[in-house]
Write a protein that binds this ligand. Sequence first.
Ligand SMILES: [Zn+2]
Length: 401
Amino acid sequence: MQEGTKRIYLESPYKVEFEAQVVEKVIWEKKPALILDQTCFYPESGGQPCDKGTINEVEVLKVLEDEARIIHLLAEDISSDKITGKIEWQTRFDHMQQHSGQHILSQSFHELLGAETLSFHLGEAISSLEMDIRKISEEEVENVERRANEIVFQDREIKCYFIPEEKIGSVPLRRPPKKKGLIRVVEVSDFDFSACGGTHVHRAGEIGLIKILKLERIRNNVRFEFICGKRTLEDYLWKNRILRELSTRFTVNEGEILNTVEKLSSDLKSQKRKGKKMQEKIAQYEAQEIIQETKEKIIKELFVDKTPEEVRFLVLNIIRKGDFVVLFGLKGEERGHLILGCSENINIDMREIVPLVSPLIKGKGGGRSSLVEIAGEEIENLEQALERAFEFIKKKMGLDL
Ligand SMILES: [Zn+2]
């Protein structure tokens, strides 16, 4: 039939253990590699990753195709000429589910929307299909999913057979074959005919549920991410867990969660707006109180239980209500803040203070001539920094004489 390595997986995709003769030992990609007379290992090709497994208990790192030969890259050299190979069944069966599901999904797109499959990638967690589709509605996507899963539920047979190139016209292939000579046809009974060299399940029921997860525009086409079989089950398990959790937390039915979250988010926005207005009001009253209590032109204080924003409001309200210089510090949990302001009528540029006090609190800051803010990590030195600013202002206002 074919020259090169005999591909056992074409006839027997369920076979996991095999014996073979070493035909050649080579170094490939700087690794010891074997070419065998026959193999169960699928080499990476056609959008499907290679199988995992061992040869004489040595890990197979990668399996590649070099024309008709299959190259097995090994973790270490093997001395014997006769080997026993074992492929990892879990990965193989997962690939069979994803790949067979792709055939059915591709044909469902074709049947319902006349769309061609441009490329297929079988990923480790998620597979993708690029389709020549410009636009697609949510309803159309769901119809494609329904049709694909209908084929699965009917448990149609999936047959693989070879047809000579010159007779390929007798098979209604979805896409023309890329290879020459003997063409391998994968038929999902009376539904899809594809020229393909991959590994597939024998019956559509083995694929399990086919689910499209999301789509995105790519170039002028649409790329669909999908999962099949065990992957779909795992996906359903964690998504259902989240829904159940949310439903308990909000004490609503699962169907009501979206409405509840939307309502909460709009409530939160309006609360934030109200909170900000109240903050401004409080700052006005507090400023009034401070002004009434003080006899000085320079007001200095260190706060602990406010936010920087609240202190800023307070400073602004005081300097607008009279001729004051306000030197406020704020001891936060991780950072200290200095918020320093002065009224317009007092001719002092507060920016001059920044380089004087910043090094004390290892801080950075700036602002305009009437208001500066400095934040730094040396919280213990905040008082000292305030004092230094105070001395500077006294000098400027001629109060230190
Ligand atoms: Zn295939």
